[in-house]
Design a protein around this ligand. Structure first.
Ligand code: ARG
Length: 391
C-alpha cells in the first residue's frame, strides 16, 4: 500500500480526510500536525483524535521558533498586511508544507494530502510548495469529491469519527493570529458574535485605563518588551496579551480571495497589530523620506505575494533583500499607548535617528533661515511656468 502524509489539524475537514484517504483512495495514512503556535490543548486534541482515527501513525512537529524567526520576522520587517490582515495563516502555510514534505520523504510516502476546499487560498499555498519542492502527488479529498460541510458532517457521523463536537466555525490559529470563518460570519449582514473572540476584549470590556508598552527593535525585529529581552515567540505571546486586553486586534473585512470570491473574514491579531504599528513608528524616525515611500510601496507588493501563494516567486526574495538592507537601521525603542482599541506612539528613539532636535527647533539661531529663499524660488519652477501659460 502506498503511503500518504496528511496535514492534520483534528478539525472536521482533516478528520474526514483520514477515512476518505483510506477508503476511497486506498492509501496508508500518516497524519502530521505542524505546531506553529496553536494552543497546546488543541495540539493535544488533534493528537488524541489522530490516535483514535489512525493509531500509531501521527507526527507532531514543533515549528514555532522557525515560524517566528524565519517567517513572522519577514512579515514584521515588511509591515506585511493584506487588506488589513497581517497574513498569519498565509505566512505559516509554506512552512507547514515544507515540514510535511520532510515527513513524506522520511516515510517514503508517495503523496501528500490536505483538507482544503476548492474555494480558499490555502490549497494554492500548500500546493505551490509541494509542487516546486518535491515530486510528491497532491491529494485534496474535500475538493476532489466536492464535499460540503454538511456532507462532511454526515460522513463523519456514518463513520463514527471522533469529532470536535460543537465546533461550527472554521478556525485557524498560530502565534501571529487567529482566523475565524464560516457559519453566521459568511453573511456580512450578520454581526460577528462575541463568542468568536478569544484573544481580544471588546471595546466595552477592554481595560479601563490606558497602558503604555515599550517595544525595542534590532534591525527591524522586536527583541524586548517592557525592558525584558525574550525570544520572539514569547514576545509575540506577550504582545498578544497586552494588546488583546486593550481591545486591539479585531479585524473584520471583506477580503478579496485568490479565487475571485469576496469573503467576509474575521481575525484576531492583537500582537501583530501592535508590533507592526510600533515598527512603523520607528521606521519614521530612521528611514529617509524616499526609503519610507519605497517601503510602503513594496509592503503592498510583498503582502500580495504572500497572500497569493507566491512564496517562491523570485521577487519575494529580491524584496526581502531590499527590505533587509533598509532594516539594518531599524533599531531602537518605541513606547506605545494603548487604550480601548486605539494605539499611538508616545516616544521613539534610535541610534540611527535621522531626526535632529538641534536642526528642527524654533530656538535655533545657527541656521540662517534666509538661506531657504533661493530654494523656494526654484521649487516647482516647472509648475510655475505651466501656470503662466494661461491655458
Ligand atoms: N483568509 C485567510 C487567508 O487566506 C485565512 C484562511 C484561514 N484558513 C482556514 N483554513 N481557516 O490567509
Amino acid at each position: 500500500m502506498e503511503k500518504v502524509v496528511l496535514a492534520f489539524s483534528g478539525g472536521l475537514d482533516t478528520s474526514v480526510c483520514v477515512r476518505l484517504l483510506e477508503e476511497e483512495y486506498n492509501y496508508e495514512v500518516i497524519t502530521a500536525c505542524v505546531d506553529v503556535g496553536q494552543p497546546e490543548e488543541e495540539i493535544k486534541k488533534s493528537q488524541n483524535s489522530a490516535e483514535n482515527l489512525n493509531p500509531g501513525n501521527h507526527y507532531v512537529i514543533d515549528a514555532k521558533e522557525e515560524f517566528a524567526n524565519e517567517y513572522i520576522t519577514r512579515g514584521i520587517k515588511a509591515n506585511a498586511e493584506y487588506e488589513g490582515y497581517p497574513l498569519s495563516t498565509a505566512l505559516a502555510r509554506p512552512l507547514i508544507a515544507m515540514k510535511i514534505i520532510e515527513i513524506a520523504e522520511k516515510e517514503g510516502a508517495t503523496a501528500i494530502a490536505h483538507g482544503c476546499t476548492g474555494k480558499g487560498n490555502d490549497q494554492f499555498r500548500f500546493e505551490a510548495i509541494i509542487n516546486s519542492m518535491s515530486n510528491l502527488k497532491v491529494i485534496a479529498p474535500i475538493r476532489e469529491l466536492n464535499l460540503t460541510r454538511t456532507e462532511e458532517m454526515a460522513y463523519a457521523k456514518e463513520h463514527n469519527l471522533p469529532l470536535p463536537s460543537d465546533k461550527i466555525y472554521s478556525i485557524d490559529i498560530n502565534i501571529w493570529g487567529r482566523s475565524i470563518e464560516g457559519d453566521v460570519l459568511e453573511d456580512p449582514r450578520n454581526e460577528p458574535p462575541e463568542e468568536i473572540y478569544e484573544w481580544t476584549k471588546s471595546l466595552e470590556d477592554a481595560n479601563d485605563s490606558p497602558q503604555k508598552v515599550t517595544i525595542e527593535f534590532e534591525e527591524g525585529v522586536p527583541i524586548a518588551i517592557d525592558g525584558e529581552m525574550m525570544p520572539l515567540v514569547d514576545l509575540i505571546w506577550k504582545a498578544n496579551k497586552i494588546a488583546g486586553d486593550n481591545g486591539i486586534g479585531r479585524v473584520d473585512i471583506i477580503e478579496n480571495r485568490l479565487v475571485g470570491f469576496k469573503s467576509r473574514e474575521n481575525y484576531e491579531v492583537p500582537g501583530a497589530k501592535l508590533i507592526i504599528a510600533a515598527h512603523k513608528a520607528l521606521e519614521e524616525l530612521v528611514l529617509t523620506v524616499d526609503e519610507l515611500r519605497f517601503a510602503e510601496y513594496i509592503s503592498t507588493l510583498y503582502s500580495d505575494l504572500i497572500y497569493r501563494a507566491m512564496w517562491q516567486e523570485p521577487l519575494r526574495d529580491d524584496l526581502d533583500q531590499a527590505i533587509d538592507q533598509m532594516q539594518r537601521r531599524v533599531s531602537g525603542k518605541v513606547v506605545m499607548k494603548l487604550f480601548k482599541g486605539s494605539m499611538q506612539p508616545l516616544t521613539r528613539e534610535s541610534p540611527f535617528s535621522l531626526h535632529s532636535v538641534e536642526q528642527i527647533t524654533f530656538e535655533d539661531k545657527d541656521t540662517d533661515q534666509k538661506e531657504v529663499e533661493g530654494m523656494i524660488k526654484y521649487h516647482n519652477l516647472q509648475g510655475s511656468n505651466y501656470q503662466k501659460l494661461n491655458l
